[in-house]
Design a protein around this ligand. Sequence first.
Ligand SMILES: Nc1nc2c(ncn2[C@@H]2O[C@H](COP(=O)(O)OP(=O)(O)O)[C@@H](O)[C@H]2O)c(=O)[nH]1
Ligand SMILES: [Mg+2]
Ligand SMILES: [Zn+2]
Length: 354
Amino acid sequence: MTLPGFRDEFRTFFNLSDDRVLGRIVEQNRHHYKMATHEGIVDAEIKGRLLFSSDGIADLPKVGDWVEFSVKPPSKYVIIRTLHRFSKLSRKVVGKRSDEQVLVTNVDQALVMQSADSTFNIRRVERFVVMAKESGADVAIALSKCDLTNANEMMVSELVAACPGIPIFPCSAINDTGIAAIYHWIKADHTVVILGPSGVGKSTLVNAFLAAPQQKTGDVNARHMKGSHTTVKRQLITLPNRGIIIDTPGIREIQLWAAEDGIGSTFEDIDRIAQGCRFSNCTHQHEHHCAVKNAVNSGQLSPDRLAHYQKLHAETHDISTVRQRLGDTRKKRHLAQAKKRYNTPFNPQQIDDD
Ligand SMILES: Nc1nc2c(ncn2[C@@H]2O[C@H](COP(=O)(O)OP(=O)(O)O)[C@@H](O)[C@H]2O)c(=O)[nH]1
Ligand SMILES: [Mg+2]
Ligand SMILES: [Zn+2]
């Protein structure tokens, strides 16, 4: 079996003597994993030493990771180490603590999904796009449930204004519009993650992809996962077009972790206008000769968009200060948590918090 999303150029980064011990994490439940190997999908655990020695929870294997494993006869698979990460998608952990939570890794493309109904929230889309851009992935937006409203065009133009340069796919799983366009956007042997709040139609879209007629060509993974696919946890699925898709349970809350680059590329328009400010470190708040404030006054830039830009900046500034202070406390706490988790019996009912 070929490994989902494997490309030859990875080999030089992995530095493995033997390809047979290369695996990819396709599902995670705390320290219990499902892993794709050349022999098929197997259950795997992580080596105790890896659990205790890693720098923090962020470094432990996540869905999308490439890993090296060993086999304890007859058939116990043990993950030895996480291999080179090409990219990762992180947020600040939910709650008061300031730690990094890695959601998924090694994604090439990210599809931010928002539904065309009363939950439509342009500020939330911007936030997801910033997070996705920060990972370096190619980002697109799906506006789902377009069958529910006549206001699609308005929402699309709001999206265009908020996320300039990003492809937008209006779609509906009910009347099967726009689905094929998204499917074609996904590249073979590339990994795409779908991001968005719960209920926007992420799993429905994955099911529509899996139900595509090409499935009959007999892709092992697609057949294996077929049918009532619903999300309880992050899960990596191989599509009939050899694209690899990671469905997520729906992210209620994202607070940015690191996002300086992601903000810059999502709000290029503001950065461009800001070049006209007199002071290069202008905060666009109290300064005179501020091109950004002028743009708001003249109606060229929406005040909400500027406010959100400033909010996201403040958030990443806070978090980067915290990141510097974390150092040793983080490691100590991680070790205590690792011990606790390792000693807690596995409960399959318990799912991720997002
Ligand atoms: N009207 C409409 N409903 C949809 C569409 N796609 C999904 N739904 C419904 O939205 C609900 C949530 O869908 P689901 O795929 O589970 O969302 P997820 O939480 O993002 O994975 C379900 O009741 C779906 O039937 C669509 O295109 N149009
Ligand atoms: Mg779902
Ligand atoms: Zn300014």
